[in-house]
Ligand binder design. Structure first.
Ligand code: HEC
Length: 107
C-alpha cells in the first residue's frame, strides 16, 4: 500500500504494485481499470467527462496520441493538479490505459 499526498487536493492510497515491464496481465488490467474509475475519476469525473481535470473521453483526446497521453499519465503536468503516476504503473501500463481512453471506456 502506497499513500500519496496531493498538496491541497487529497491523499491517495493505492495497493497497486508498480514497475512490471511486460504488458499488463488480466488481473493487472482490472486493477488499472479500478484505478481509472476511482482515482482518475476523482478529478476527471466519475464518467471521465471532466471535473477538476478535463474530459478524458476519446473526442477530447483526439489531439494526442497514446504515447503522449502515457507521458502525461506517468509524469503529470507540472504546475497543474495532474499528478505523476509513475510510482504506481510502468510505461507499458500507462500506454495500455491511454489506449483504453482513446478507444473509449464503456462505464
Ligand atoms: C488531483 C487531480 C487529478 C487526478 C487524481 C488525475 N488527474 Fe489527470 N489531470 C488533472 C488536471 C487538472 C489536468 C489538466 C492539466 C493541464 O492543465 O494541462 C489533467 C490532465 C490529464 C490528461 C491530459 C488531458 C488533455 O487533454 O490534456 C490525461 C490524459 C490525464 N489527466 C489522465 C489521468 C489519469 C489516467 C489519471 C489516473 C491515473 C489522472 N489523470 C488522475 C487532474 C488530475
Amino acid at each position: 500500500m502506497k499513500c500519496f499526498r496531493f498538496a491541497t487536493y487529497a491523499v491517495l492510497c493505492l495497493s497497486l504494485s508498480g514497475g512490471a515491464l511486460a504488458a499488463p496481465t488480466a488481473d493487472r488490467k482490472a486493477e488499472l481499470m479500478y484505478l481509472l474509475a476511482q482515482d482518475c475519476g476523482a478529478c476527471h469525473g466519475m464518467r471521465l467527462k471532466g471535473g477538476l481535470g478535463p474530459s478524458l473521453k476519446p473526442e477530447a483526446l483526439r489531439q494526442w496520441d497514446a504515447e503522449q497521453l502515457a507521458q502525461t499519465i506517468l509524469h503529470g503536468r507540472p504546475g497543474t493538479p495532474m499528478p505523476p503516476w509513475s510510482p504506481f504503473m510502468s510505461h507499458q501500463e500507462a500506454l495500455w490505459l491511454a489506449q483504453q481512453l482513446k478507444e473509449g471506456i464503456s462505464q
